[in-house]
Design a protein around this ligand. Structure first.
Ligand SMILES: [Zn+2]
Length: 469
């Protein structure tokens, strides 16, 4: 056994900012682990069924240590190490340097001695009752899979003429809804087809029969000599950089393409799940779609890429626009694409006004092209605006742009995304952005928080002030 965890030093007080921060911390933990059956919210605790001290009291002043055994077969089956890492990262977002990470092998047992931690725990158990996670090691293998808490899906899987299987909204789905979140059937590292085919054959043999059946039933648009590899290429979705891995999922891999999609599929690298999120309102009966192409490119290039990689001619609303409107759509997409490299590098320091103007222009183009959709490209636009304002000492606008970035991330990626939670913490605590984070005082202002009580129009005017110079 090897223990790891984190301590909070000094311990929290009963009230004031410490109390608020503890509530914020618990909220984030609950949002991240909302669909996780190992994490249970009880009357007095949040219990992680992965180890004795993997629990968080609802009263923060009681808390000293979060820890678990992370290295034996039980820890492997519960994924204890991952819980320790992620809860520790969330704690650091909120409490910063008060969080002391430790690992038994490399750092010893943390700030507090076990006698102090044990006495503290005994006192808590006397007052709150003993949590179930005390017995976690005995029942850890019988816990249900992560899908057990989900209600009836908001979609059905149906056959559509000429498109194969598709996800259809069973009910009206509001923008920002998590449509599905699932563990992939397989995560595959791409390689030469012959070698990959052999690897996949062996991997599938180790899978339960039902999962193998689900994998083999996925669409293959190549029908060549390496059917398993071709299923991966047809259905695999990127696990994000820097990995080249592809995740193949039982449900999300069946979602069809549109150049005007109503959903986004995202790989959550921390939780190792794929999620599908509605980025606009979807009516009951409507097909749920994602874009297979990450870039903003004109129709002709989309058609070539889709034909080559997925062997179909796209007839979505964007591809079927009348000629005049299609020219405008292509023009907007080319511009959005051309503006992307303009928002990288040191231009934010040497030409901040032009940089902010280009961010605003990008957002306008996204609005015109995608209407009521929250496009994932808006996340980067707002995040760049946030960094820009941090660089030049404008904490109030940095906070406002960070909140806009969070709102887009919440819709496109979900509240269980740790990057989204991090930027929300920054937005809510602009004071945490001290002068040391700035490289200039060009836009420095006495206001540290965004103004309240403004109309929407007035707020937009305030927000984009530096782009109006
Ligand atoms: Zn299309």
């Amino acid at each position: 056994m090897v223990y790891a965890g984190f301590d909070i030093v000094p311990r929290l007080s009963r009230d004031g900012k410490d109390k608020q921060d503890w509530e914020k911390f618990l909220n984030i933990v609950q949002e991240v682990y909302e669909d996780d059956p190992r994490v249970e919210v009880k009357a007095n605790w949040i219990e992680f069924n992965v180890g004795e001290y993997a629990l968080l009291p609802l009263e923060g002043h009681r808390f000293l240590r979060f820890s678990a055994n992370i290295a034996d077969s039980t820890a492997d089956s519960t994924g204890a190490g991952k819980y320790i890492e992620i809860v520790g990262r969330i704690a650091k977002m909120v409490f910063g340097p008060r969080i002391h990470d430790w690992h038994e092998v490399s750092d010893g047992f943390g700030h507090y001695g076990w006698d102090v931690v044990n006495d503290n725990a005994t006192e808590m158990y006397r007052e709150f009752g003993k949590p179930n996670s005390q017995d976690a090691t005995s029942n850890s293998n019988s816990l249900p899979e992560a899908t057990s808490r989900t209600q009836q899906p908001c979609y059905t899987i149906q056959n559509i003429a000429g498109k194969g299987q598709a996800l259809i909204a069973r009910i009206d789905i509001a923008k920002g809804t998590r449509i599905v979140r699932e563990k992939p059937l397989l995560i595959v590292h791409p390689g030469p087809p012959q070698r990959l085919e052999l690897e996949l054959t062996l991997k599938l043999k180790l899978h339960p029969k039902e999962q193998e059946k689900q994998f083999r039933s996925l669409h293959n648009c190549f029908a060549g000599e390496h059917p398993l590899t071709e299923i991966v290429i047809t259905n695999g979705q990127s696990c994000g950089r820097p990995s080249n891995n592809l995740a193949v999922c039982a449900t999300i891999s069946r979602v069809n393409h549109s150049c005007l999609p109503n959903s986004v599929s995202d790989w959550n690298n921390d939780l190792e799940v794929q999620s599908l999120n509605a980025i606009k309102d979807i009516k009951a009966g409507e097909e749920i779609t994602i874009s297979y192409l990450p870039e903003n490119v004109p129709r002709i290039l989309r058609q070539i890429a889709l034909k080559k990689c997925w062997a179909f001619d796209c007839q979505c609303d964007a591809c079927s626009l009348p000629p005049q409107q299609l020219i405008l759509s292509d023009h907007r997409r080319k511009l959005i694409s051309a503006l992307e490299p303009m928002l990288e590098g040191i231009r934010c320091i040497i030409d901040p006004v032009g940089y902010l103007k280009d961010i605003r222009y990008t957002l306008q183009l996204l609005d015109e092209e995608y209407n009521d959709m929250t496009h994932p490209s808006a996340i980067n636009a707002y995040r760049n605006a946030y960094f820009l304002c941090v660089f030049h000492g404008d904490q109030a606008r940095a906070s406002a742009f960070a909140m806009r970035a969070y709102e887009c991330m919440e819709i496109c990626l979900g509240r269980d995304n740790l990057c989204a939670q991090h930027i929300k913490c920054l937005a809510e605590d602009p004071e945490s952005l001290g002068p040391e984070d700035s490289v200039s005082n060009l836009w420095e202002s006495r206001d540290k928080t965004p103004p309240s009580g403004l109309s929407q129009e007035e707020f937009e005017k305030w927000l984009w002030k530096h782009a109006s110079q």
